[in-house]
Design a protein around this ligand. Structure first.
Ligand code: ATP
Length: 350
């Protein structure tokens, strides 16, 4: 099977290499196809997200991506297509998501005994809508420097497909409840449309419990009683914030896996950024990307290998002997990765 791999920048190349070593240890015959992005793409094509890379991703259908810093293009990336049309995006990530029509970003947060403190029993997933909302880069200045305005775009079609995705995700992953996080009391037209759509879609899934909560109350309950949550479905920006919060709840951003899912294409990625403060120092925790690869293997029907990798990762984390600095250990990225591989090989009887 061919899988696209985008190295990203900052800690991206380090954690991508660690993830590849772990997946390769399973001997699944995966052929990694390099997809140039960010600095590598600039050197080759003169732009951070070239259409050549997007076309390759469309062809491959499944890819995994290291984080990319948004610093360089100061929140504005002009994506130019070969037909001469162009589009401004607020980040490289957004350009990839939008051009591939990825709309769902599931981000699981599962506690780990010995690392997650009182949250070791947390087991939830935030499903973030990623094709619209306030990150649609619909913003402009008013007057010289007097004011700026951003438009929050919520469509019935967008709300419906993410809500349906959340219920389908719950069904296929044995989950029992879906919570919609919104602020419809304050933003009644946009968030109101999202909430109304959620309630309508929920009726099609009577076997799954549904509830809705204000996003501020959701944040409060996530901190005070996170075990009450199972699946949370929400709009782009709320999901961005809540999923980082959930990674923090279970111990570290370095544990946060994620994916960008569309009808035709899926790009798996860690939920954190490029962590420039620790880049190139062999300190990064690659768990986030290894668990993103676990999601990818489940996506392509290799569930038993996904379980094997996830179990090995959890064992190494629970033992605490070879864990990275961000989760309270002293191990380097390489030492931790090698220990995960040792567990995998042991389980394979090698
Ligand atoms: P960017 O500009 O790409 O968003 P950032 O530093 O602003 O990068 P993150 O990369 O999300 O944001 O990092 C936030 C903090 O979490 C940093 O201190 C970083 O070192 C830490 N961090 C993020 N990912 C990891 C990881 N995989 N392992 C260890 N620490 C991490």
């Amino acid at each position: 099977m061919k899988v696209g791999v985008l190295k990203g920048n900052g800690i991206g190349p380090e954690i991508v290499a660690a993830m590849q070593k772990v997946v390769d240890a399973c001997e699944l015959g995966i052929e990694w196809v390099n997809v140039p992005i960010a600095d590598e793409a600039v050197a080759l094509y003169g732009t951070e997200v070239p259409e050549e890379s997007i076309e390759l991703l469309r062809e491959l259908k499944v890819a995994i991506k290291g984080p990319i810093s948004v610093e360089k293009m100061a929140g504005r990336l002009t994506y130019t297509r070969k037909d001469g049309t162009s589009q401004i995006y607020c980040s490289n990530n957004n350009a990839i998501r939008q051009e591939l029509d990825c709309f769902a970003c599931p981000r699981p947060a599962r506690g780990i005994p010995g690392i997650s403190g009182k949250n070791e029993n947390v087991n939830l997933v935030v499903i973030r809508e990623i094709s619209e909302g306030i990150y649609a880069a619909l913003e402009h200045r008013i007057g010289k420097d007097e004011a700026s305005e951003a438009i929050k775009l919520i469509t019935k079609k967008g709300a419906e497909r993410i809500c349906r995705y959340a219920f389908e995700y719950a069904l296929s992953n044995g989950r029992k409840k879906v919570t919609c996080a919104h602020k419809a009391n304050a933003i009644s037209l946009t968030d109101g449309l999202f909430l109304e759509t959620f309630r309508r879609v929920a009726k099609e899934y009577p076997q799954i419990e549904s509830e809705d909560l204000m996003v501020d109350a959701t944040a409060y309950y996530l901190v005070t009683n996170p075990e009450r949550f199972d699946v949370i479905v929400t709009m782009n920006q709320y999901g961005d914030i809540l999923s980082d919060l959930c990674a923090g709840l279970v111990g570290s951003l370095g544990l946060g896996a994620g994916a960008n899912i569309g009808e035709a294409c899926a790009v798996f990625e860690a939920c954190h950024g490029s962590a420039p403060d620790i880049a190139g120092k062999n300190l990064a925790n690659p768990t986030s990307l290894i668990l993103s690869a676990v999601m990818m293997l489940r996506h392509v029907g290799m569930g038993q290998w996904a379980d094997l990798i996830e179990d090995s990762v959890r064992e190494v984390l629970i033992e605490r002997k070879h864990i990275t600095r961000d989760v309270g250990g002293k191990a380097t990225t390489d030492e931790y990765t090698n220990e995960v591989i040792r567990k995998i090989r042991e389980k394979m009887g090698k």
